[in-house]
Design a protein around this ligand. Structure first.
Ligand code: HEC
Ligand code: HEC
Length: 198
């Protein structure tokens, strides 16, 4: 396991440290991801980067394959798509398993109670069928990737990407749901997810 302190070392040195570890330890490519996602999967303090810690491996894998095959395009951060394109299937599985096995990190952003209650109602009505809590026993096999505890700036970026066609949804039906909602509804949903405390 790479420790937090290794984030401050030069990338080449980090790679050597990772490669020098025994088999079964942290993936060799972890330092590459850690630059933006943090070795702990928290997002390295970058607001538009999703939290990976505790998102089930099946969903992380699916997302990485979507970047790899172009179903998800990276507007803000082309490096993410370039890196994904260079990953082998084995890299994808290893990295997804690594971040997926971590304890969930919750964004726990400041939330407006009334606004977030509105978000919760909208979630139950339109999103809960596919999006369950990350620590739900069925999170792995649920259709959608967990949204509770995710960072607000990233949720916004993702929703804008679906609406603009920069991301293709794997589940027909989600885009229509998103298009039915007004900007205020979407903000309420984001307030609810990013402020969610377990
Ligand atoms: C230069 C910064 C950067 C690096 C390096 C990087 N990422 Fe990302 N990652 C991002 C950003 C930004 C997004 C959101 C991109 C988008 O959809 O527009 C993202 C999205 C993701 C997602 C989607 C998560 C979700 O909830 O949908 C996964 C999985 C992921 N990255 C894994 C990785 C892995 C594994 C590596 C290392 C091989 C890596 N990333 C390297 C910045 C980075
Ligand atoms: C029919 C099932 C379904 C419904 C209903 C649905 N989604 Fe999704 N959602 C998905 C799937 C599948 C994905 C993963 C698609 C991908 O790979 O980009 C996803 C991904 C997302 C993401 C990106 C998360 C991430 O970490 O990258 C956001 C944000 C999102 N959905 C929001 C919503 C909201 C808000 C609603 C309700 C208004 C909703 N979804 C309703 C299936 C659904």
């Amino acid at each position: 396991m790479i420790t937090r302190t290794s984030k401050s070392c030069a990338l080449a040195l980090c790679s050597l440290l990772a490669l020098g570890q025994a088999a079964g330890a942290a993936p060799a490519l972890l330092p590459v991801c850690a630059e933006c996602h943090g070795a702990d999967g928290s997002g390295a303090g970058l607001s538009n980067v999703p939290i990976l810690a505790g998102t089930p491996a099946s969903h992380l894998e699916e997302a990485l394959f979507a970047y790899k095959d172009g179903a998800r395009r990276c507007g803000d951060e082309p490096a993410m798509c370039e890196i994904a394109a260079s990953l082998t299937d084995a890299n994808v599985t290893e990295l997804a398993d690594h971040f997926g096995a971590m304890k969930r990190i919750w964004a726990s952003e400041a939330a407006d109670p009334a606004f977030s209650k509105k978000g919760e109602r909208l979630h139950e009505a339109h999103c809960a069928k596919c999006h369950v809590l990350p620590n739900d026993e069925n999170a792995d096999s649920a259709l959608g990737i967990p949204l509770h505890g995710q960072r607000s700036a990233y949720l916004k970026l993702a929703i804008v990407a679906y609406l603009s066609g920069d991301r293709e949804t794997l589940a027909p039906g989600m885009e229509e749901k998103l298009e039915l909602l007004g900007a205020d509804d979407i903000d309420a949903l984001i307030n609810y997810y990013s402020g969610y405390r377990p």
